[in-house]
Design a protein around this ligand. Structure first.
Ligand SMILES: Cc1cc2nc3c(=O)[nH]c(=O)nc-3n(C[C@H](O)[C@H](O)[C@H](O)COP(=O)(O)OP(=O)(O)OC[C@H]3O[C@@H](n4cnc5c(N)ncnc54)[C@H](O)[C@@H]3O)c2cc1C
Length: 542
């Protein structure tokens, strides 16, 4: 079961302690509880399908069409909660086999339909927006293509239907002693195919690698034909087509199957909590750890604003007070604390010596080791944090996140520029925005920067959208002006499209357009996302 107008399972609620709400009221202003639109009222708005021919794999039912009309971006949330969603797919295809998927493509072709592949619907950047006008739209759900096709321990590979979700995939591998180890925060709902075509990063990618490392091959149905990508361990046979599929965001075709590189289940896998006296000390430690031989699975470093926010949102007043007391005794001043979660992983001998090495680096940079309780609590709740978005919206607050990556020399200036752009974006209308950041994925040459912001909902969807747009544009400009990538993990979709040319350059855009046009000459696959490609028939850009 999925919430019809928010995140996740309707049976799960995240609690917001009263003390946290009070602090939030100070930081973002007191808010009025939101009025949400009931499902029945939304379903009444779903128009008749423009396609009337039936097909055994295609549903024309209003609830299914609504469910596939959106993802989890802020414009999606505004439209779902205020009940203003105005574009719906004309039908939703649910093929269960490759041949059914091919059949669906033929149907779409016959009816000149736009096709939008749909994985778990967890996109946060408008990948799944339905065009308001033009050809009828077919949402192509991968829900039933969710089986393990082949486990190949000899080559440490496994092949799956690309619609398999995180829990289904791990459940198929675990009994055999294997794991993929890809844990985006959307793990419960997002799919293998979605991960590949959005270049997703899992929380423990420092050990397992990002999806571009894990993706070994697969099959794609493109309007121009079928392409099969063998799982070569490596290849020098010219540009690797696997890298064209990675990040293609449904624009080239439908990834029906994906082969992935699997690992044995690690002997040790723990997460530890560390506090640093300030940002500079923490960053110095993180840089050293990222360039050491410590067997890390993750590093998540919160800046002082996020450390403060995490502690007040946690709500466990007694434990937090004890922690604060302990850290003060160890000489840390509360105003600048930076919390870090560090994952260590691997076989016992490597793990023990790595832990000693890590503790030495941390100590040298003034960090205080607090052991594993915070890491254990984080792991237990790691897919629960997004549920707070539902609770906060009900209380009158919108929450959104954005992210970039840059080289170490630019990490602090970029983080500060993004936070300043966000916190000042609504100054002229007297609205406050609470903003905080962590580094979520580190590399030898730099880091990702993941920023969260909270602002008050307005009374109307238009004004709420206006506030979000202002914040998003200010932050995106700050990212581009500072030389960061417009996305480290969420992808481009509709919301980042305007900023892609800043990093690809004019010639790069020509190459990318050429690639998409070759795969999809009539611009039928998920038009309007990633980059604009001229439609050869009508001469318009989509
Ligand atoms: C709460 C939350 C937490 C998140 N955390 C993370 C995170 O930690 N790391 C991260 O990387 N991302 C994260 N995301 C973003 C999102 O989960 C990822 O982008 C994910 O990879 C999308 O997968 P999906 O299956 O839901 O795809 P969808 O949202 O359904 O689709 C995304 C895009 O992929 C295309 N697509 C999907 N399946 C296929 C296919 N089989 N063939 C061709 N095209 C396809 C769609 O057309 C669309 O363009 C998060 C999102 C949310 C809401």
């Amino acid at each position: 079961m999925k919430r019809y107008n928010g995140w996740g399972d309707p049976a799960i609620d995240a609690k917001l302690p009263d003390s946290a709400l009070k602090i939030l009221e100070n930081l973002a202003g007191p808010a009025k509880p939101a009025q949400n639109t009931p499902l029945e009222a939304i379903l009444k708005k779903v128009p008749a399908s423009r396609v009337t021919e039936s097909h055994p794999c295609i549903s024309f039912d209003a609830a299914t069409r609504f469910e596939h009309a959106h993802g989890q971006s802020m414009p999606d949330w505004i439209a779902m909660r205020f009940g203003t969603l105005s574009a719906f797919p004309d039908g939703v295809a649910l093929p269960a086999t490759d041949s059914e998927a091919e059949d669906v493509f033929e149907f779409a072709d016959r009816h000149q339909m736009t096709v939008i592949p749909y994985g778990g619907g967890t996109s946060v950047v408008g990948h799944l927006d339905i065009p308001e006008s033009g050809a009828p739209v077919l949402s192509l759900s991968m829900e039933k293509m969710n089986k393990m096709i082949r486990l190949d321990p000899q080559n440490m590979l496994a092949e799956f239907g690309a619609g398999i979700t995180g829990p289904e995939l791990e459940k198929a591998l675990h009994p055999h002693g294997f794991t993929l180890g890809h844990y985006p925060q959307s793990f419960d709902y997002s799919t293998l195919g979605g991960w590949v075509v959005t270049r997703s990063a899992g929380q423990q990618s420092l050990y397992y690698g990002r999806i571009e490392h894990l993706f070994a091959g697969g099959s794609m149905i493109m309007p121009a034909g079928k392409v099969s990508l063998p799982p070569f361990p490596a290849s020098a046979a010219g540009p690797d087509l696997r890298h064209a599929v990675l990040g293609s965001e449904g624009r080239m075709g439908l990834l029906t199957r994906a082969a992935v590189r699997i690992s044995g289940i690690p002997e040790n896998d723990r997460i530890y909590g560390i506090f640093f006296p300030d940002w500079e000390a923490a960053l110095s430690a993180v840089f050293r750890l990222a360039n050491s031989d410590v067997p890390l699975s993750m590093i998540r470093l919160s800046n002082p604003s996020e450390t403060y926010t995490n502690l007040f949102l946690a709500g466990h007043e007694r434990q937090i007070n004890l922690l604060k007391h302990y850290l003060r005794l160890r000489g840390l001043s509360e105003n600048n604390w930076c919390m870090m979660l560090m994952g260590l992983i691997g076989p016992s001998t490597l793990y023990s010596s790595g832990k000693r090495m890590a503790r030495k680096i941390i100590r040298k940079n003034g960090g205080i080791w607090t052991g594993s309780p915070m890491g254990d609590a984080w792991r237990k709740n790691r897919f629960r944090a997004p549920y707070l978005r539902n609770t906060l919206w009900d209380r009158g607050y919108a929450v959104d996140t954005l992210e970039t990556a840059t080289t170490w020399d630019r990490v602090t200036p970029t983080m500060n520029a993004v936070e300043n752009a966000i916190s000042g974006a609504l100054d002229d209308i007297g609205e406050k925005v609470h903003v905080f950041t962590h580094l979520s994925h580190v590399y030898s040459s730099g880091s990702s920067i993941y920023t969260t912001y909270v602002f008050r909902l307005a009374d109307s969807p238009e004004e709420t959208f206006f506030r979000w747009r202002r914040i998003k544009d200010a932050a995106s400009r700050a990212i581009v002006d500072n030389g960061g990538t417009i996305s480290h993990q969420h992808g481009v979709g509709a919301d980042h499209k305007a900023y892609v040319s800043a990093e690809k350059g004019e010639a790069g855009m020509i190459v990318l357009r050429g690639l998409l046009r070759a795969a999809d000459p009539e611009n039928r696959m998920n038009p309007g996302k990633l980059i604009d490609t001229a439609n050869r028939k009508d001469g318009h850009e989509h």
